[in-house]
Design a protein around this ligand. Sequence first.
Ligand SMILES: Nc1nc2c(ncn2[C@@H]2O[C@H](COP(=O)(O)OP(=O)(O)OP(=O)(O)O)[C@@H](O)[C@H]2O)c(=O)[nH]1
Ligand SMILES: Nc1nc2c(ncn2[C@@H]2O[C@H](COP(=O)(O)OP(=O)(O)OP(=O)(O)O)[C@@H](O)[C@H]2O)c(=O)[nH]1
Length: 459
Amino acid sequence: MSFTLAIIGRPNVGKSTLFNRLVGQKLALVDDAPGVTRDRREGEGRLGDLSFTLIDTAGLDEGPKGSLTARMQEQTETAIELADALLFVIDARAGLTPNDRAFADFARRANKPVVLVANKSEGKHGEIGAMESYALGLGDPVQISAEHGEGMGELYDALRPLLPEPVEEEDDDQPFDDSDEAIATRPIRVAIVGRPNAGKSTFINRLLGEERLLTSPEAGTTRDSIAVEVEWKGRDFRVFDTAGLRRRSRIEEKLEKLSVADALRAVRFAEVVVLMMDAQHRFEEQDLRIADLVEREGRALVIAVNKWDLIERQGGQIAQLRADADHWLPQIKGVPIVATSGMLGEGVDRLMQAIQDAYKVWNRRVPTAALNRWFEQAISQNPPPAVSGRRLKLNYVTQAKARPPSFVVFCSRADAVPESYLRYLVNSLRGAFELPGTPVRITLREKANPFAHKRKRKS
Ligand SMILES: Nc1nc2c(ncn2[C@@H]2O[C@H](COP(=O)(O)OP(=O)(O)OP(=O)(O)O)[C@@H](O)[C@H]2O)c(=O)[nH]1
Ligand SMILES: Nc1nc2c(ncn2[C@@H]2O[C@H](COP(=O)(O)OP(=O)(O)OP(=O)(O)O)[C@@H](O)[C@H]2O)c(=O)[nH]1
């Protein structure tokens, strides 16, 4: 039997939705046929290149006043027994309930690896439950939206080290091992995306030093994305080449649609995304849309302006590229940009270095003391505005996670803080801690410090 994962958690947190996403709709449809009531569903799940047997424990009602029925406990225990590792799901919007804590106890007692999943994390509301869930003592929550397919890359990151995978050697690193050493040695997952004909395959061939991928002057030669392992100057990379993202047209063929979906998937599984543009047609609408997608997916972005050999050399061109990038992509200010010629092998070293640097920035954790110093300074330099006569009070800040760097600011009235002030904080933070070109998230939160009760108990 293959590696088995059990999805556990109280009713309604989204276990079935996650199951369906990982297993695929077909099986779920079969099992959801009317009259088929089952305590447990099993299916073959896939996430990127990982495959596993998945057990879902959904479909039971909570007992009176939210209590757990004996049947629910029983089926959860059975599932846990069958599993090699657990996906413990909570509802990030609802926050923790006593039943979540009961399930967390089951999970802990199992003595099996547990991945804490904070579902329904799309939008801003998710941060709250995710922060609260730290208190369960099950490690960092993986924030996902099973319904919208968000956070699947993070889930992949969390699962990959748990699963046996003979081809990989790096698999003994711990989930969420964000130590400097782990960050410095893990293969970096890179997706190279861009419009058709930008030169993605040619570039990867150059990296590999052989004609392994098909390149041709016709747009859209690469139909599927292919992962290749590359070692460059002692560092391992896993590079995904994707079919060109192209403008959607009404007469688009099904095959093409699949290719676009494939590229989007590659973005989700990548840690660093290289947006490859043709130097002769740079910053086109589709390029900007890809960059925006990468930002929204929370990946590190590096821009390669390829076919640089076709550009007549004049002074100041790189500076112009820099200015163009910041003009068109203000949401990822300072995004690294490298001029390349995959054909001639120019700029390859610089691009590979830029990928490593971007990866480091994306993984950065800012020391708390420095973060607090920055916060006080940023607020006193440019205090938050008064809204309807009352000054907004921002209390303190904490880094909730890295990959990408995400922060939570605790404040008096979250809804009242204007977007522009948040942008000010993001840009100031970027500057203060050298976080260029990586998505930086700041979420506002009104509730008291979730760790406060812990501290009280200790004293
Ligand atoms: N907003 C949001 N809603 C979600 C998400 N995932 C699931 N839901 C919704 O949450 C509800 C419960 O989802 P299910 O997948 O049935 O939850 P379950 O944990 O399997 O529930 P039981 O079958 O009762 O054990 C449904 O209305 C879903 O549409 C998500 O990522 N975001
Ligand atoms: N002058 C020049 N031409 C290049 C360079 N890189 C690629 N090309 C040419 O551009 C064309 C497209 O290259 P590919 O590598 O197939 O492009 P792709 O982005 O993989 O294309 P799709 O498979 O359509 O997504 C080919 O004719 C290449 O020879 C470069 O650095 N300079």
